[in-house]
Design a protein around this ligand. Structure first.
Ligand code: GDP
Ligand code: MG
Length: 173
């Protein structure tokens, strides 16, 4: 029988909403502030296509002292949620090197990845167009959502999609 545990790693620049999306998904709550240095694991059981799935989510904080630490949690991760904020072009540019690092560590371009443009509730502050995100997702052949932890837009969907991607591509571990 297939292993029903899915190890997901949240990656993205500081302040894009990795913690907010994770906490919203796991507890349903949204806060105006999360400790930006806290790195933690969360677990949640859901059903995807009527199959039970236990997600173990690592919410990273980018505070690891050694680059090799990041390699380690990428190696342990099976699916990746790459988050940028639609209000920050810099965060969108940052995401590219993270995907490169994932592919390098995994030794393949075929990695379950969901690209997420968060904070879509802040339309008036938008710097990254939806088409920019779509274009990158097409280039990477990965899934893409614009989302909002605050307004609960596409939060459950993006984690369900991560599970589906892991089912399709295999979790290689
Ligand atoms: P992280 O560093 O990637 O973990 O980012 P956080 O989850 O700590 O979020 C950074 C800030 O953005 C916090 O003040 C959050 O409340 C806020 N934030 C996160 N997600 C959203 C969102 O979808 N909409 C809005 N308006 N603010 C958000
Ligand atoms: Mg955080």
């Amino acid at each position: 029988m297939q292993n029903r545990e899915y190890k997901v790693v949240m990656l993205g620049s500081g302040g894009v909403g990795k913690s907010a999306l994770t906490v919203k998904f796991v507890t349903g709550q949204f806060a105006e502030r999360y400790d930006p240095t806290v790195e933690d694991f969360y677990r949640k059981e859901i059903e995807v296509n009527r199959e039970p799935a236990t997600l173990e989510i690592l919410d990273t904080a980018g505070t690891e002292q050694f680059a090799s630490m990041r390699d380690l949690y990428i190696r342990n991760g099976q699916g990746f949620v790459l988050v940028y904020s639609i209000t920050s072009m810099q965060s969108f540019l940052d995401i590219k090197s993270m995907r490169n690092q994932i592919c390098r560590v995994k030794g393949t371009e075929r990695v379950p990845i969901v690209l997420v443009g968060n904070k879509v509730d802040l339309e008036r502050d938008r710097e990254v167009q939806r088409n920019d995100g779509l274009g990158l997702a097409k280039e990477w052949a990965c899934s893409f959502y614009e989302a909002s932890a605050k307004a609960k837009i596409n939060v459950d969907e993006l984690f369900e999609q991560a599970v589906e991607q892991m089912n399709i591509m295999g979790k290689n571990k």
